[in-house]
Ligand binder design. Structure first.
Ligand code: ZN
Length: 135
């Protein structure tokens, strides 16, 4: 497993991306919309990993909206890339980890699933399927 990306909840990708534009000295403007997850997402490449800026499309007091209401902007989740996705999920379930829902498609098109923060010391963890099967 390695860190694939770090998800950061923001009120405005347009504003938040300026911080990274200043750090990386390049223009960032590629925003992906995931309407079924009520999310606008910007993936920002930082070496081997990425920063994922997450902004709700609509205010609905669920998911990312309730996170922003309760905690404000900031670190939302850490995502690990896993090689044997289905096997990893089965192992985690067998070891008593709580998973949130069923696998869905993430911003980069690979399957993802979340581990409940109560299973992982208060940090929301996302598992992303490694579709390239590198080490
Ligand atoms: Zn993510």
């Amino acid at each position: 497993m390695k860190i694939d990306h770090i998800g950061i909840a923001v009120n405005s990708i347009e504003n938040a991306s300026k911080v990274y534009e200043a750090m990386l000295k390049k223009k960032l403007d590629h925003v992906i919309e995931l309407p079924d997850r009520n999310l606008k997402v910007m993936m920002i490449k930082m070496g081997e990993s990425e920063i994922e800026l997450l902004q709700p499309i609509e205010n609905n007091s669920k998911g990312i909206c309730s996170f922003l209401e309760k905690k404000g902007e900031g670190l939302h989740h850490i995502a690990f890339k896993v090689n044997n996705f289905d096997e990893t999920i089965e192992n985690l379930k067998a070891n008593g980890f709580r998973l949130i829902g069923e696998p869905t498609l993430g911003a980069n098109g690979s399957r993802i699933i979340f581990l409940h923060p109560k299973s992982s010391n208060g940090t929301l963890i996302e598992l992303c399927e490694n579709t390239k099967e590198e080490a």
